[in-house]
Structures are given as C-alpha cells and as structure tokens.
Design a protein around this ligand. Sequence first.
Ligand code: ACO
Length: 315
Amino acid sequence: MSGLRQSLPGATITGWAAALPDTVVTNADFEARLDTSDAWIVERTGIRERRFGGTTSTLAIEACRGALKRAGVEAGDVDLLILATTTPDKRVPATSSIVHAELGCRGAAFDLNAACAGFVYALVTAVSMFQAGFRRALVVGSDTLSRITDQDDRGTAVLFGDGAGAVVVEATPDHELILSHDLGLDGSLLPILYCNHAGYIQMEGREVYRRAVRATVESAARVLSGTGTSGAEVKLFVPHQANRRIIDAVVDRLGIVPERSVIVVDRTGNTSASSVPIALTEAVEAGRVEDGDLILMSGFGAGMTWASALLRWGT
Ligand code: ACO
C-alpha cells in the first residue's frame, strides 16, 4: 500500500541541527568482547563507529535548540512539534510532551512512529498540517536504539547508534518545498523486524536488506517519476543510513551521481528516525546544497515502512 500525493502547501526549511552523544563506540570495542571483527563490520555495513548515550528527549531537545538557533526562531513561535521516534522515553506521555515543555513551544505536539522512515513521514505530515493553519513546525527525529539492542548479539549490536536531528519548517506561499512524496507500509513484513515491550530488536538481516533495497528504489523512483525528474538531476540524495551497501545499491539503481549521496553511517551507525536529518544537517553545513537544488530523501524501516520525498531547497 503506497500513496503518491502532490500539491502540499508552500514551505521552507529555515533551520537544521544534529545532536550526537559523546560516547564513541568503535568496531574495536565490539571486537574486544564479541565474536566479530572490524573487517566484517566495515565490509558488510560500512560502519566504523557509532555514538551511545543520552535519552530520546535530551537528544531531541539539543537538536531542536540548534535548529531554532539556526533559523533565528523562538521556541514560543513554534506552533507544531512532531517527534519521530521508536524509542520513546516513557510509554505515557509522548516524548514530544517532554520536549515541548522543556523548549517552551506552544500549539500541538505529538510523536510519530514510522521507524527509520519516521523523519520523512513527519516532514510530509508537518507541511500537510500547514493546510490546517499551522505556520511554524519543529520536525525532529530522535532515537536511542542502543537501549533496545541486545549488546551481546553480534548480529544487531554493531548496527545501531543513538542521535537526533531536527529542522524548523515554516509555511510560506513563495516556495514549494515538497514537490512529491511517497509514504507507504507493508504490515505483512512485521515479522522480519520488530521489538516487543521490554525486549530487544529482532531482525532477519538478510531479508530486511533485500526488502530495504527494493522498497527504497521503488519509493524513490515513484517520487522522481511523479515530477518527471531523473536520478541524474538529484543534487543531494539523503537516504536513511542503515548500511552503506544498501545506499550504494539504491544510488546505482536510480542513476544518482554517487558523490551526491550523503553518508554518515560510517560515524553514526543506524540512528533510525534521526539518520536523515543528521545527514541533511551535515550536508547543508558543508555547503553541498544551493537554493533551487533538488534533494531526494528516502527511508525504510520496521513495519515495514518506507517514505520518500523530493524537495526543492530554498531558504
Ligand atoms: N560479525 C561477524 N559475523 C557476523 C556478525 C558480526 N557482527 N553478524 C552476523 N554474522 C555472521 C552470521 O552469523 C552469519 O554466519 P553463518 O554464515 O555462520 O550463519 C554470517 O555472518 C552471514 O550473516 P548474514 O546475516 O547473512 O550477513 P549479511 O551479509 O546479510 O549481513 C547485515 C548482515 C549487515 C545485518 C545485513 O543483512 C543488513 O545490513 N541487513 C539490513 C539491516 C538493516 O538495515 N536493519 C535496519 C532496518 S531499519 C529499522 O527500522 C531499525
């Protein structure tokens, strides 16, 4: 089930920031206590290190503060906060309540769980909400997957990290930000990737890999074809950062210029809903996009969910 929709209200991204915990966990750290090796991890995933620590709310607050500062926007002028996460601090209330209170936002706030596709789901949702009268949104992906990963399971422990990324999105009639989008889900694939309450992530890695490549290619191709855009016209590809091999396979199949894809997975591991805004922040801060450039975002995750959006950058 999937849906391509167009004609969202006008918007611009005016602020962006990432937050990573201080503790660096290298492949050598895993080598020291699990039956694994730096060579295996790098070859199969591209991951060299990841960060562990913080909570979903503390990381989200840090990223939101950075994005607000970059945008020159006061928290009190934000009327919508959407927090994409699969690792909420508490069962009740939503982690967005904690972030909303700490920052001093006004208006609505809610959590959104679409796993690693969560940030793109949240961004499309926020811009859609401008139709309902909201004007200024904080969209944040924050996850602390290290808390729900069995650190003695070599099959999953080496893959995940903690972090957050946020953007400020403002309504404007003058700029079309989201040119096309594709949000979808195949719930029949739940058994290949899930985590029960008080349990650890369970994953059929090879099957997730196969499905992830297919879902991302098909979803991204739909948003490109929906606007008559070729992969070669994409100036920046910001994929979910689960595995370098998945990103390279998708880039190859979509005809995207390889140097235009953003890679942070080598330093962050898979940070779930945070990975797209962390990668976007790094690329924008490095001056890799200019006004008018086309940015393709694409993610997939447990559910299985997928989400892609074609953006025109404009500040
Ligand atoms: N170190 C050494 N060996 C390992 C490790 C490790 N860390 N982990 C697994 N192995 C072994 C396996 O036990 C297996 O051994 P066997 O052949 O003796 O049984 C062998 O390596 C091959 O295992 P595979 O799982 O087939 O290896 P594969 O090449 O598929 O790589 C990986 C595994 C990296 C997990 C890959 O399948 C992958 O990236 N899958 C996608 C994962 C993903 O994206 N998950 C996130 C989804 S997003 C979300 O919502 C959280």
